[in-house]
Ligand binder design. Structure first.
Ligand SMILES: CC(C)(COP(=O)(O)OP(=O)(O)OC[C@H]1O[C@@H](n2cnc3c(N)ncnc32)[C@H](O)[C@@H]1OP(=O)(O)O)[C@@H](O)C(=O)NCCC(=O)NCCS
Length: 138
């Protein structure tokens, strides 16, 4: 049985994966909207079951990888790397010759080595300072 990468995630699948790694469920309407507005919402299927997902939001110049989750029972089998490599390949294909774009992400603490193995480098480097973020909670 092979891992299959497909496009499109349902809110139920999204929350199932989140719950499998101990994260809380998110509101169905918000997830639906987020998935609809994604450049890619990829999932990995194994044995007719969703075992991983990752979303990309972006505009052609900048892309942000979010919601990278591999089901707790299927981690360390190469599924996460498969997803990220598939995303990078798709973005490369969308990028015209002579043009450039950036793929960014915020690693959870302790997951940096995973992203490094997928080809990402930590910031700051060269001319870049730290990445920065502002959270809004209402
Ligand atoms: C982080 C996560 C997506 C990795 O997915 P995965 O399918 O287990 O990772 P892979 O099996 O594809 O690993 C690819 C490589 O990274 C390494 N790796 C994976 N997780 C790692 C970790 N936490 N620390 C160090 N190395 C790690 C693997 O050993 C493997 O190395 P190799 O290519 O030399 O064999 C997964 O553990 C997960 O979903 N965690 C919970 C949710 C989470 O934290 N998501 C990240 C949000 S930023």
């Amino acid at each position: 049985m092979e891992y299959k990468i497909e496009n499109g995630i349902t809110p139920e699948e999204y929350n199932e994966l989140r719950n499998s790694v101990g994260w809380d469920s998110k509101n169905k309407n918000i997830i639906e909207n987020a998935i609809k507005n994604s450049v890619f919402a990829k999932k990995v299927i194994y044995n007719n079951k969703i075992v991983g997902m990752a979303r990309v939001i972006g505009d052609g110049l900048y892309y942000l990888i979010v919601d990278v989750v591999v089901h707790s029972d299927y981690q360390k089998k190469g599924i996460g790397k498969l997803l990220i490599e598939s995303i990078v390949k798709d973005i490369e294909e969308r990028t015209e010759i002579g043009q450039k774009c950036s793929i960014n992400l915020i690693s959870m603490k302790g997951k940096e080595e995973f992203y490094k193995k997928c080809g990402f480098r930590t910031i700051p480097f060269d001319y870049t300072g730290y990445g920065m973020t502002l959270r809004i909670q209402k």
